[in-house]
Design a protein around this ligand. Structure first.
Ligand code: NDP
Length: 448
């Protein structure tokens, strides 16, 4: 074993020992460390200052009780979290996730990833993540409101427009952000941009809702353009049917591709004729208003079929995983490759298991890791913060232009640090480009 591999092994053993049982967190750190150790092998200052060792330790973890009352009058109890990971380059920034699978490991992986992602955007934002094991599914609006209000009763003391600015994520959309912001304003008696993803009536930004899905597609467009290709005529398989997935479909349609799948936790639909604008509007209404299951699509549109499981067996040119972590296994990755998939842009966070990433990397397809591919959402959140501070609102055209420029800048940073002899290693490029800015800021601060 060479010296770098030996350091990496020792480092990962240490991470596992200090964070027992945190499988998702180990996975996220391992993916980053495997590309950073070779990069810093000839840069002793990062070793001497223990930069990576300090980067894997969150600045702060807050865990709290969130009691609330359901519509039948029963007292329910959930656990709330905010993981403030790293504020070296700006105030903490990252979403809130409400899902029964939320635990400390999931939020630490997300906060760690967020630190690199926010750095890649070029905006001054540190990394954080938070949320709760509360499940908004099947709850009434009043129940969701009471939960959000109780959650904010504790969270408000840890956040602020210059300290930590949460946003949405799985299970936290426009409705939840509205309840959370309303409660913050009421407790603090201040109207400030303390959350992003707000409604347009109270300080939200144009195209914030669309930004993550659009951005993941722009990133794919940039990778294809770099090889002289385009999205025109490409068949695209997409997972999820939430915020990220639906706007990815919209942008694929704009750019001449054909999106043929969507999914949720019950299974996926395959529509070989394509999910056009009319069908997409129906899905958005199903998910945001009627709050139904994706299988209903196949009842509504006879061109489609519903299947259990995940959509990766459907032949496609491009795959956009936009649901959740670890939704592409090694076997799924191999199936995608066997069917001719030439590009993957990760709209969801860490959707591909490590062995699946290895398969994509080995095949040298265009593989964009989430911290680069889905950074468009937080980039527009950063622009929402700027608009709030300046008390202005930019136009949709201006913001879309800034989003496109940001995704191109991130693409080019990945190329700058990931160019290999005959292909671009976007994984290494994203990790190294994200690392440098945070690491160098930490060097400036000394032993903090
Ligand atoms: P939504 O809650 O709007 O949608 C999530 C979608 O994923 C739903 O279709 C949901 O199905 C599905 N899903 C969730 N968990 C599972 C699971 N365990 N198995 C199968 N399907 C599942 O979330 P978003 O679209 O906002 O987020 C999707 C991904 O994108 C997440 O990884 C998130 O971290 C990431 N992301 C989001 C950003 C944003 O701006 N919103 C920014 C950057 C990244 P069901 O309804 O059945 O649960």
């Amino acid at each position: 074993m060479d010296k770098t591999a030996e350091y990496l092994k020792r480092f990962m053993n240490g991470v596992k020992k200090r964070n027992p049982g945190e499988r998702e967190f180990h996975q996220a750190v391992s993916e980053v460390a495997a590309t950073i150790f070779p990069y810093i092998a000839d840069k002793p200052i990062y070793h001497k200052m223990q930069i990576l060792e300090r980067m894997v330790e969150p600045d702060r973890v807050v865990m709290f009780r969130v009691p609330w009352t359901d519509d039948k009058g029963n007292i329910r109890n959930q656990r709330g979290y905010r993981v403030q990971f790293n504020n070296s380059i700006g105030p903490y920034k990252g979403g809130l996730r409400f899902h029964p699978s939320v635990n400390l490991s999931v939020l630490k992986f997300l906060g760690f990833e967020q630190t690199f992602k926010n750095s890649l955007t070029g905006l001054p934002m540190g990394g954080a993540k938070g949320g709760s094991d509360f499940n908004p599914k099947g709850k009434t609006d009043n129940e969701v409101m009471r939960f959000c209000q109780s959650f904010m009763i504790e969270l408000h003391r840890h956040i602020g427009e210059d300290t930590d600015i949460p946003a949405g994520d799985i299970g936290v959309g426009a409705r939840e952000i509205g309840y959370l912001f309303g409660q913050y304003k009421r407790i603090e008696n201040r109207f400030v941009g303390v959350l992003t993803g707000k409604g347009m009536e109270f300080g939200g930004s144009k195209i914030r809702t669309e930004a993550t899905g659009y951005g993941a597609v722009y990133f794919m467009q940039n990778m294809l353009a770099h090889t002289g290709d385009s999205l025109e005529g490409k068949t695209v398989s997409i997972s999820g049917s939430g915020n990220v997935a639906t706007y990815a479909v919209e942008k694929i349609n704009h750019l001449g591709g054909k999106a043929v799948t969507l999914s949720d936790s019950s299974g996926f639909i395959h529509d070989p004729e394509g999910i056009d604008a009319g069908k997409l509007a129906w899905v958005i209404d199903l998910k945001n208003k009627r709050r139904g299951r994706i299988g209903e699509y196949a009842d509504e549109y006879k061109s489609a079929t519903f299947h259990e499981g995940r959509p990766w067996g459907v032949p496609c040119d491009i795959a956009l995983p936009c649901a959740t972590q670890n939704e592409i296994s090694q076997a799924d990755a191999e199936t995608l490759l066997k069917n001719g998939c030439m590009g993957v842009s990760e709209g969801a966070n860490m959707p591909t298991e490590l062995a699946g990433i290895d398969a994509f990397q080995h095949a040298k397809i265009l593989y964009a890791p989430s911290k680069a591919a889905n950074a468009g959402g937080v980039a527009v959140s950063g622009l929402e913060m700027s608009q709030n501070s300046a008390r202005i609102a930019w136009s949709e055209a201006d913001l879309d232009k800034l989003l496109k420029e940001t995704m191109l800048k991130i693409h080019d940073s990945c190329v700058a640090y990931g160019q290999k002899k005959d292909h671009v290693d976007y994984l290494a490029g994203a990790n190294i480009a994200g690392f440098i800015k945070v690491a160098d800021a930490m060097l400036s601060f000394g032993h903090t």
